[in-house]
Write a protein that binds this ligand. Structure first.
Ligand SMILES: Cc1ncc(COP(=O)(O)O)c(C=O)c1O
Length: 393
């Protein structure tokens, strides 16, 4: 008989990394509600609320908008395996971890990934997308990451979506990190399919991947020549559960759907425009404070995400030790760099509930403390003053 471990009590943390973000107590309370069956009429009514609220955040009328069971990567796979058939050419932007992952999923689905590369931290140019489209025989899809969490780059979408359509292709956007923190205008930008995750700017635990498919994407799914290469993520079957028929496919993660409904209610109560403005202001204040600490942002100027800040590690500073000290001494989680940015950047997330003035001031004060302890010269209080000046403006 193994020793039974004691109850798990997570230590107090302020989550300011690349996700998960802080979760509102109302969302945690929703998860503790009693379970319903996945075909219970009360649960079905709740699913309808989730769909309506997701359309609001995606800014779309798309009927086929629902949360896939699984994290953001499940949303990525769901979109790709349903839209891509073996041999299809897909133009995919690769300028960070998640574009790289999309290209991998496209190839696993049998597609031909036509990679459009940009240096990490920079965005993919519309001209590059156009050149790649011209290189295709019959492009099926263009796929870009709206908010590249690994680099902090904020990818413009509308021109690329227009170019995709001019070449007879669909357009897919990864909105995992942007949804709920910056405008994601599926209908206005003419995006055919998009996916997200719950644990970033929606401030819900990880576990669901909201997706949306427009009329062109639905048509492509309905007229496929081959079976979708994933049973679990086959949208043709999933829509029978999320649509009118309510046919059992798999057991919906009941409590996660309660949580998402509550998180979306919080987004709707705040309003999209004020929410986006809050994310932007907190980003500006953080950037000013970091500047006063002698730290620079790594992503391309003019294309910096409001909810994910990549900070260049200054010469001589120990990237991992600064992060460990922030966690151990201040209870603050921030992220490190991935891939070619490993050891070179910190990633500070200000997503959803994490994007608060109090958190900006807290992390700046903690960074000042740790950097000083690490032997750097920092002017006491200068970063707080710089951030406060942004709030006062
Ligand atoms: C832009 C982007 N796409 C996809 C994913 C994958 O999501 P998950 O880790 O929830 O599977 C992430 C996760 O950080 C992401 O930031």
């Amino acid at each position: 008989m193994p020793t039974i471990p004691g109850e798990f009590t997570p230590p107090p943390r302020l989550l300011l990394g690349p996700g998960p973000s802080q979760v509102h107590p109302r969302v945690l309370a929703a998860m503790a509600q009693p379970l319903l069956g996945h075909l219970d009429p009360a649960f079905i009514a709740m699913m309808e609320d989730v769909k309506v609220l997701l359309r609001l955040v995606f800014q779309t009328e798309n009927a086929l908008t629902f949360p896939v069971s699984g994290t953001g990567s499940a949303g990525m796979e769901a979109c790709i395996v349903n839209l891509v058939e073996p041999g299809d050419e897909v133009v995919v932007g690769v300028n960070g971890v998640f574009g790289t992952r999309m290209a991998d999923v496209i190839e696993r689905a049998g597609g031909v990934a036509m990679r459009v590369e940009a240096p990490w931290g920079r965005v993919v140019r519309a001209e590059q997308v156009e050149a790649a489209l011209r290189n295709c025989t019959r492009p099926k899809l263009v796929a870009l990451v709206h908010a590249e969490t690994s680099t902090g780059a904020w990818q413009p979408i509308p021109d690329a979506a227009r170019l995709a359509h001019e070449h007879g292709a669909l357009f897919l956007a990864d909105c995992v990190t942007s949804l709920g923190g910056a405008p994601v205008e599926i209908d206005a930008w003419d995006v055919d399919a998009a996916y997200s995750g719950t644990q970033k700017c929606l401030s819900c635990p990880p576990g669901l991947a909201p997706v949306t498919f427009g009329p062109r994407a639905v048509e492509v799914i309905q007229t496929r020549n081959t079976k979708v290469r994933s049973w679990y993520l086959d949208v043709g079957m999933l829509r029978q559960y999320w649509g009118e028929e309510r046919v059992y496919h798999h057991t919906a993660p009941i409590s996660m759907n309660y949580a998402l409904r509550e998180a979306l209610r919080l987004v709707a109560e705040e309003g999209l425009a004020p929410r986006f403005a809050r994310h932007l202001k907190n980003h500006q204040a953080l950037a000013a404070g970091l500047g006063a600490l002698g730290l620079a942002l790594a992503a391309e100027e003019g294309h910096r995400l409001p909810m994910l800040n990549t900070v260049t590690v200054p010469p001589g500073a120990d990237e991992a030790r600064v992060r460990s000290r922030l966690l151990a001494e201040h209870g603050i989680e921030i992220g490190g760099g991935l891939g070619p940015m490993k050891g070179k950047v910190w990633r500070i997330g200000l997503m959803g509930e994490s994007s608060r003035r109090a958190h900006v001031l807290t992390v700046l004060a903690a960074l000042e403390d740790v950097l000083r302890a690490e032997g750097r010269t920092v002017q006491a209080g200068a970063s707080l003053a710089a951030a406060q000046a942004v709030y006062a403006a």
